[in-house]
Design a protein around this ligand. Structure first.
Ligand code: HEM
Length: 419
């Protein structure tokens, strides 16, 4: 095999702030896995290969601690080496099972939807009713998950300015994840990448200061709120589960659940606002198609574009030799558009035989713990908005949406005319 046959001409990094779908096709044309010099990583964009990598977290491990940015990750996680982000093996399995089966199970999420999600979305929509035009991203999508998590964690849910500030801190950490996951802090980090990392460390410290009193005051674990539940169940992971572990779990919830869902809600609306027949189908026959539409949003634009992994031993993937220590970037949205797996991979198809078989929430032992909640939020946001604003359309007099971001991407702004 020649260097040309495994090395990409373009780099994934150059697709920032653009739709990356042509790039995924380039990787797919090279067997679904190819080397990206600028990313210092293999890019994996085939469905089967992506599944193979994601399901084996012994051979293809979470790389955070072994990265050059490992020290930054550690600072962002409060210098807590027991952060759930760094857990492996049995301890990770115990953490994963606890959250999946207890804290965020389908039954729990059904209750959350009734008590938290639907009422919060009704409240946000009420605030938009008198406005002839608004930005669906800034005035709605960004507020949906933040308000829900505020209530889960006990932050003042109705103080928009305060929540915007908490979200801005969380976003700073998201920008760090983008450059760190893209390995831009390996080798000679640019001044810009370093600035992003330093801002994220400062934001993490401020977020910790906000959350610490809430964590301490619920230490007796007697309440029904999320923090009390963390205190009650933490012994499943560590016998001596402590304040730092609880704080870290709150931060994980906020980081994993806010930005991701905001981007997915924005992408859902962009898909509807740019496709009249899809809009009509979902609006007029929502009860039949809503859940399937949510799955297609997740498959096509899911919000998280990729996940990094490191090979713990030499191996082979589709004839390409992977050396021990090599990085792999699993392009999950590329895999979700693999023509070998999906007929019409780039098109919305509300009749797919297996609507849930996409990799938007990853796959295997590290699959997303908030998938049920994310689905509930997207479905509620879409259905309630379309009922209240059935004639909503993009405002041609305002800037058009652009696909922005890197690790997470969405269409923004979404200026709409309400009726
Ligand atoms: C559309 C929204 C979402 C998407 C696309 C998404 C996607 C993902 C993906 C791809 C992973 C795997 C990360 C990896 O293995 O490297 C993940 C993990 C995770 N997600 Fe989500 N997520 C979403 C929403 C949420 C929500 C709402 C929550 C919390 C309620 C959440 C909590 C988590 C947690 C805690 C993990 C870590 C799992 C572990 O360590 O085993 N996510 N998510």
């Amino acid at each position: 095999m020649t260097a040309e046959s495994i090395t990409l001409e373009s780099s994934y990094w150059d697709t920032a702030d653009k739709p990356p779908f042509d790039f995924y096709e380039e990787v797919q044309s090279m067997g679904g896995i190819a080397w990206d010099d600028r990313m210092r990583s293999w890019i994996v964009a085939n469905y089967n290969l992506a599944q193979e990598v994601l399901k084996d977290d012994e051979l293809f491990q979470h790389p955070y601690m072994s990265m050059k940015a490992g020290g930054d990750y550690m600072k962002i996680r409060s210098d807590n080496p027991r952060s759930s982000m760094f857990l492996k093996g049995e301890r990770h399995r115990a953490f994963h099972k606890w959250w999946l089966v207890e804290l965020l199970s389908p039954k729990v999420v059904r209750e959350y939807r009734k008590d938290l999600v639907d009422p919060w979305i009704d409240h946000l929509i009420k605030g938009l009713e008198d406005r002839p035009a608004f930005d669906l991203v800034e005035d709605f999508a960004e507020r949906v998950p933040m308000g829900i998590f505020a209530q889960l964690l006990g932050l003042p849910q109705h103080d928009h300015a305060y929540l915007d500030h908490v979200k801005a801190l969380n976003d700073a950490i998201g920008r760090f994840a983008s450059v760190a996951n893209a390995l831009q802090l390996e080798g000679e980090a640019s001044a810009e990448a370093r600035r992003v990392a330093d801002e994220a460390i400062a934001a993490a410290e401020e977020l910790n200061d906000i959350l610490k009193p809430l964590v301490s005051e619920r230490k007796n674990g007697e309440g029904s709120d999320f923090i009390s539940q963390l205190w009650r169940g933490g012994h499943r992971v560590f016998d001596d589960w402590n304040e730092l572990d609880t704080l870290d779990a709150c931060r994980r919830l906020l980081f994993a659940g806010v930005d991701t869902t905001t981007h997915a809600i924005s992408n859902a609306f962009h898909m509807l606002l740019t496709d009249d027949s899809l809009m009509a189908q979902v609006r007029d026959e929502g009860s039949r198609y809503l859940d399937r539409f949510v799955e297609e949003v997740l498959r096509l634009n899911g919000s998280i574009q990729f996940r990094p992994r490191r090979a713990s031993a030499s191996t082979e993937l589709n004839g390409k030799s992977i050396a021990q220590g090599d990085m792999l970037t699993v392009a999950i949205i590329g895999a979700n558009r693999d023509p070998r797996h999906y007929g019409c991979p780039h098109a919305v198809d509300l009749e797919r035989a297996r609507p849930h078989d996409h990799l938007a929430f990853a796959y295997g032992p590290r699959t997303c713990l908030g998938a049920h909640l994310a689905r509930a939020e997207i479905a509620s946001a879409v259905s309630k908005m379309l009922v209240r604003f059935p004639a909503m359309r993009l405002d041609p007099s305002r800037p058009a949406p652009a696909f922005s971001g890197f690790l997470m991407r969405s269409w923004r702004p979404l200026h709409v005319l309400a009726g």
